[in-house]
Design a protein. Structure first.
Length: 203
């Protein structure tokens, strides 16, 4: 989207392939090397069911990081994307570190925590009813990868163009690096071509 970047991190292609591969948690192995049956129940127990938080539609978790760390990372993802879903700063503050760094920073966006906040406000001026669906979450080591679907209606103004109420729906992929307790950096890519077409703006 315009407040984010078209830059494609080298890992994105591999990430997309990983997300497409399935949604079960990584299975531990027997002593003889044979994998144990995978189960969908374990990763779903890691999800915070608080009604104010967005819920992941699909979840893949690396068991080797342990349940406590996995649950922490899943909740950070829920908090961050609840911020994108609502625009409420308290969720952003809960998810990202004061030392947060955007490694694919678009021109004109401030670095650090101020960046996502400014981006959200800018886009909500154009699409006030913006929602963020947390379609897929992949937790592995200290990384969270998310596939997102943004939806809404262009009833505001963007770059001097007034919306006519047309629907907006486009995808994004994020990779978040988690530190000791919060997200410390990220990489992201969005389908800006689709978005600008829906807004009626030539890219």
């Amino acid at each position: 989207m315009p407040w984010r970047t078209l830059t494609r991190p080298a890992a994105v292609a591999a990430v997309v392939a990983s997300l497409a591969a399935g949604t079960a948690a990584a299975a531990p192995a027997h002593h003889d090397g044979r994998p144990e049956p995978t189960t969908h129940a374990w990763p779903q127990r890691l999800v915070d069911r608080s009604p104010d938080l967005v819920q992941p539609q699909a979840l893949t978790v690396d068991r080797s990081i342990g349940a406590r760390r996995a649950a922490q990372e899943v909740r950070l993802a829920q908090q961050l994307y609840t911020f994108w879903n609502t625009g409420q700063q308290r969720y952003l503050d809960a998810a990202i570190s004061p030392r947060f760094r955007d490694d694919t920073l678009p021109p004109g966006r401030p670095q650090g925590p101020a960046g996502p906040l400014a981006a959200s406000r800018t886009f909500r001026a154009a699409v006030p009813d913006l929602t963020c669906e947390l379609s897929d979450v992949l937790v592995a080591g200290d990384k969270i990868t998310a596939r997102l679907v943004f939806r809404g209606h262009f009833t505001g103004t963007f770059n001097g163009v007034r919306g006519g109420g047309q629907s907006v729906e486009f995808n994004a992929i994020d990779i978040q690096h988690v530190g000791a307790d919060k997200i410390v950096e990220d990489w992201h890519i969005e389908d800006n071509q689709t978005l600008l077409s829906q807004l009626g703006i030539r890219g």
